[in-house]
Structures are given as C-alpha cells and as structure tokens.
Ligand binder design. Sequence first.
Ligand code: ADP
Ligand code: MG
Length: 685
Amino acid sequence: MAKGNIGVTTDNIFPVIKKFLYSDHEIFLRELVSNAVDATQKLKTLASVGDYKGEMGDLKVSVSIDTKKKTLTISDRGVGMTADEIDKYINQIAFSGATEFLDKYKNDANAIIGHFGLGFYSAFMVSKQVEIFTKSYTDAPAQHWSCDGSPEYTLEECNKTDRGTDIVLHIDDEDKEFLEEARINTMLTKYCKFLPVPIAFGKKKEWKDGKEVETAEDNIINNTEPAWTKKPADLKDEDYDKFYHELYPYGENPLFHIHLNVDFPFNLTGILYFPRIKNNIDLQRNKIQLYCNQVFVTDSVEGIVPDFLTLLHGVIDSPDIPLNVSRSYLQSDQNVKKISAHITKKVADRLQEIFKTDRAQFEEKWDALRIFIVYGMLTDDKFYDRAKDFALLKNVDGKLFTFNEYNDLIKTEQTDKDGNLIYLYANNVDEQHAYIESAKAKGYDVLLMDGQLDTHWISQLEQKNEKSRYVRVDSDVVEKLIVKADAAKVTLTDEQQNALIDIFQSQLPKADKTEFLVKMEQLSATDQPIIITQNEFMRRMKDMAATGGNPMMGFYGEMPDSYNVVLNTAHPLVENVLQAEETSCADKVAPFITEIADLEKRRNDIKDGQKGKKDEEIPQAEKDEIENIDKQVGELRNKKKEVYTKFAVGQNKIKQMIDLALLANNMLKGKDLADFVKRSVDLLK
Ligand code: ADP
Ligand code: MG
C-alpha cells in the first residue's frame, strides 16, 4: 500500500475547501457527475480515434445512496485511472487532467466539462471520507484511493474488475440531507438535466395497487440531447416549444425563439425564448439558465446578457464564460462583453426578420413584445438604433405604425406653429375618453401609451427625435394641444376675472394632495364651458417619481396633483354666470373694491417713496403701515370672496358645470357623485 501527502502547499487545505471554495455545498454533485461524464466522453473520444479498441458496453453514469453505510456513490464506465494518474490528477490538487487531455485531443474531445479546476475536492465539502475505486481502460491494475480529509491518503491495488470509476462519499453527520433521495433527485434535476451521457438514479417507480413500487427500468434523469445542441434545420417550431416546457414545465407557450450558435471568436450555443409576460418586469428575471458544456451553472445571468434580455427565457451554453470569477470581473471581461453584444445583435436580427417577413405575426404579438423592445431601447443605444425601424406605435384604435409611418400620418395635421411635430397620447382610454374624442374630432390621431416604461420611453423619443414633442391628450384644451396660431384673447376686465375665479374656486372640491387652479380661455361657444387639464410637465415628473429612477424625483412624488380648471369665457353659460354675478353682487362688492383700490394706491405711493433706499433707512412707521395695509387688503378680499361664495352657493348651475367637468375626467366620486345625480334631477324639474 502506498501512503503519501497530497501535494498542496498549505498544511491542510480541506477546511478551506469546506468553507470557502464554493458557497453552495450542493455543487459537489455537479462536479462529481461532470467528472464521470468527462471520463465517459474521453473513452468515446479514444474509441473514435482508435486508441481504445475494447468493448464500450453500457456507458451510463449511476448515482446511488446507501443509507445504512451512509454513502453516496457516483459510478461511471469511462476511462478510469491508473495509479500514476491518480497520483498526478488527484493527489496533486489543482492540476487539472482535463486541460492536459484537451490539449492532446483538441479537435476530438467530446465537450469536456472539467473546467472548474478543483472539482473533485468539492467532495470533501460534505464527506468525512472519500474513496475512489477505479480501473483504467488500459491493462493497469485497479486502484483504491482513500482519504479522510487530512492531507494524508492511502493508495493500494484492489480487485475491481469492471472498467471505470466509483467515487464513494462517506457523508458527514452534519450533511445528512445528501443521503435523502428527494434531495439528490432535486440536485440532479437542477444540475444534470441535460448532460450528454445518461445518468441513472435508482429505478423508475410506478403505482401498483395504491402503492409506489420500483420497476426494473433505470430512472434516467437527463435528456442527453437537448434542443440547443441540435442544428436549427433539424428542429421544428413544436420541438422548440417542447423544449421550452422541459425548461419551464408550467410556462405558457413562448412567443418565439432564437437559436444561438457561434464558434468564433467564442463558443456559444443556446436557445432564447420571448416569453409571454404581462407587465411585471422584476418578477420575471433569472429565467435564463446558463450551462457550461451541458452542465447547469447558474440562472443568474446578470452581467452576461444585457439587462433587458434578462427578461428572456431559455438557455445559454458556453465554455468561454469564466464562471468561477466574481460578477464585477465578469462584466469587464472582454469575452463576456462580446458575448453580450452578440446576443443583443441576434435578438435584434430576429425581431427585424419577423417584422419584415411576417408583419401580421409581429403585430399580433406586439403587445407582449413591447416591454422587451422598449426596455431594450431605453437601456441599450445599439439596440435602439436597430429597434427604431421595427418598434411600433399603437393608437387608441389599436392600429400599429412604425415611427416613419406615424410621422407621415400626422405631419400635416399635427405640426405646431414652430414646426414641432406633436404626438398626442393617452394612457387611459376610459378616463381620457372625452379628450380623445375632441382630439379626433379635430382630425388628430391619439397614441396609446399605457406601458409600464412609457414615461421614460416618451422622454427618450423626444430626445432622439429633434422637433418632436409628446403631449398627453388631457394636458390642455384641444385648441391648445397643438398651437397653430396665437390664441384669442380673453376680453374680460381684471375685476370680472377675479369675480369668476372667486366664484368657481369656492365651489371646487377640496381634497388632500389635490390642487385646482382656475384659469380663463377664450375658446369657442361650442366647446365645453369648463375643462379640467393637468400640466404635462408636472404630471410626467410625478409619473417618473412613481416608477422610480432618479432619486431627485422623489420631490415630485410629494407634490400635490395640480389641475387647471379652464373656464371658457366664450361659452354662454359662463357669460350667464358673469351677468348674474353683476346683478346680484356688484353693489355689495363695490365698497370693498374701492377700499382695496385706495389702499393699494397708498401702498404704491409709499413703495415709490422708498425706491433706492436701504432697508435700514426706511422708518419703522412706514414698514408698519405697509404691513397694516396688507392685512386690511387681505381682510377686504376675504369679505369680497364671502359675497361671491354666497352667490355661488345659491347658483346650483355653477356646481353643476364643475361636476360635469370633473365627471368627464372620471374625478367625480362617492358622495360628490351622488349629490350630482340628485342635483341633476332637481334641475330637470
Ligand atoms: P477537472 O475536472 O477540472 O480536471 P477535477 O478536480 O474535477 O478537475 O478532476 C481532476 C482530474 O481527476 C480530472 O481531470 C480527471 O483526470 C481525474 N478524474 C476525476 N474524476 C474522474 C473519473 N470519474 N474518472 C476518471 N478520471 C477522473
Ligand atoms: Mg471536474
């Protein structure tokens, strides 16, 4: 029997392996099964070039549990190892036999998995003792290696007769979970589902007389030829869908797929799917599975594919992605950058191809595709440049247009006096119905922009396309959405305007975090008497604050919603209010108005006298007088307001006009709505 020290420099590497080498203990199984698969693939390679001429037999890899002995065994019928090889590949840690083998058989090596370096030693993460029973495909005698986790091992001949290797793990007491069938089954399905050699774990079971019994048939846990390893020409759409369900058993059929296949300047295969996702981006990440030569590595592809493509589903298999490095390193790796750019390009190519060859299909799937494309355009300039030719704009009638088509459609009607192209949009067809209708009546087209990312998308489109502006259809009265000439002037006196403001302001609803500002416009007699609009800029800022992004935006989120209440001074109803007000209030407010005018004149005189003086040169008496005047003016204004309010309360038509405007905006709710209905009935009497 040989005894020796495992060739590592530190005294005891095992505690290190146990604790730090891999964060995830369960990957030991991936490593050992991969080694078994490697050994099997090596044998096939040797046979194919004539270096091995013996029988091949059944080449499956078996995983088995012995609960009595507390062992987990991984057996293969691959190349096995001679005593020398054990010494070289096992005893000298980190000397990867796979690298050497790959060098020698560069062109034939059937996908050797062993890229991970210290794979074999991960067995010690869960074992108190590891044994190897192995017989090389050559005539060399079989060997038994054993090590209890100290740097000492034993190596002796044994009487194994069958070619191949059994790795026997004596599982630690604290890792007993790895002796449970269900646990191992889950791990095998996770990591080994698509390995290229059949992996058997126990026997298939079936239900007989209400009991689950074992059959004679091996329970093979993997599909050795997953779709991505085949040629696209050999696959039909159904095959892609079938494979999708192998990956995601509960998923809906995907929209379409992209088969990736590159061998220069890096190796990469895979299939990506556009899933049918609805709206919530964040819940959908981490669906792409990353493989290295058919061994599952991770489903966190962040840094490897561009952010917007982490929404896709599918698999990527590449031996060229350095997997045992940190994520931050990964992002700066040149190969990874190229891979990421390549995937983006492929996705754009495929979308463009479908758009060109089958626009009907593309349009039909647009709603589901939109979120990827918009997200991609927002986060990836290269993708934007490609996507601007196939991204679609949808109008409120459900018609779809490319950017160019839409420009052609609206340029005659929707160019303003400064030559800006105005894109009108709605984000809620029900709530903005009245505005949409009046825009349409004017010959405008209205886009539907109700996507999760649309506030950001709109800003981007405005930045990318000079002389284009997006205006939400309810942000102003229709005449002013697209300003084509200077607007008609309001002809009322200041005092008339102030009266109207006080009258209408007093009847507007009072709600927390909502602010109404009464304004006047000389529209046409056939327009509505009152129109409620929301400032486009403020609203957008609030929307952006709501969807996150710039933390500075938080400020806007705190602001109240502010609406403009536009009185149409050309409307007979508004004119009537003004006339009625003059009849019933003029006498009552006249003294206040005179008094205010007097006070203001006095104030102006004082202020004129103070011009050019420094604050300390102004006598205190003057300061006090100004303060006093301001106070009096405030009080008088309030008295005037009281008169108008009393008038307004007596005129139920005023409240009715306001409520109609609120109603058109879907802003009349609860008790206010009930009051409105009751008042409407009264008015009909
Ligand atoms: P790697 O797989 O990256 O080479 P490992 O530590 O996993 O590193 O394995 C070291 C070496 O031990 C392998 O390259 C191989 O030569 C040998 N080896 C491990 N397991 C087996 C096995 N089941 N059959 C034959 N050789 C094996
Ligand atoms: Mg390995």
